[in-house]
Design a protein around this ligand. Sequence first.
Ligand code: BV8
Ligand code: ZN
Length: 240
Amino acid sequence: MQISGELWRRFAHARRVVVLTGAGVSAESGVPTFRGGGNTTVWKGMPFDVISSAAMVERDLPAVWEWFDYRRGFMAAIEPNPAHYEIARWQNRFAEFTLVTQNIDGLHQKAGSRDVTELHGNIWRARCTVCRFSHDNSSGMKRPDACLECGNFLRPDVVLFGEMLPPGAFEFAAERAAECELCFVIGTSGLVYPAAGLPEIAKAADAYVVEVNPERTPLSDLCDEVLTGNAGDLLPLFSK
Ligand code: BV8
Ligand code: ZN
């Protein structure tokens, strides 16, 4: 058993808990990660941080849609895995529980998590490039061709590289991180900021920080405990 006695004790007594998730939490559902295992995602010859960028929205919005429609296509059939379900159970276990995700796939909500702070938006929404009106872009729906309010172009309602996070989202997450006693960092390479700054904020506030990842990351050294393995195998151990 990898979980230390110290972590069991803290898990049993914590009142304020923050969980930060990344692409690795959805890996066992079949959503490919962007990094990890020494690889980086490439789409039609472009690294994902080029195609998923503010500059590409300006330069070639149809190409951005092609990339996101492709991902909507395979994500439509995907279900939450035991890691999502275990995290959903935690919301009723602690006096104050904050789930912050970098994922755009909506799988935490599908597993039953409420009040998920989505730092990077959601692939199942589109928004107007001019008036920002939000449009449902769920699976099974035909994507609207233009904004239903003003007729201008739509874009995925996700945060691309070089773009600001949704107003208030990071600030809320940072406030909760600064108050928490226990912080889990699950399935993230810890490379994308400002999200990767949250465990540092928790640590500075004297929280016990726990990483769950099959690989070491730049955050591993600041963590008090590193659980090495797949989130879908390790997290359900907390309910046993
Ligand atoms: C911004 C949505 C202000 C789109 C994504 C400070 C320092 C350096 C750079 C910066 C900085 N501050 C800002 C930056 C720039 C930039 C940045 O961080 N660049 C880095 C990479 C150098 N950040 C931004 O641009 C952000 N905006 O700062 O705004 C601003 C704006 C303009 C000008 C000035 C300031 C916006 C970033 C948003 C990027 N959006 N996604 C899309 O999906 O296409 S990026 C992408 O990376 C993902 O979507 C995800 O959200 C994010 C993080 O990735 P991870 O979730 O960590 O996933 P990854 O694949 O990397 O890793 C997977 C991990 O899982 C691995 O560790 C693997 O081992 C593990 N794993 C695998 N299997 C499992 C597992 N773990 C557990 N169980 C398993 N089974
Ligand atoms: Zn509009």
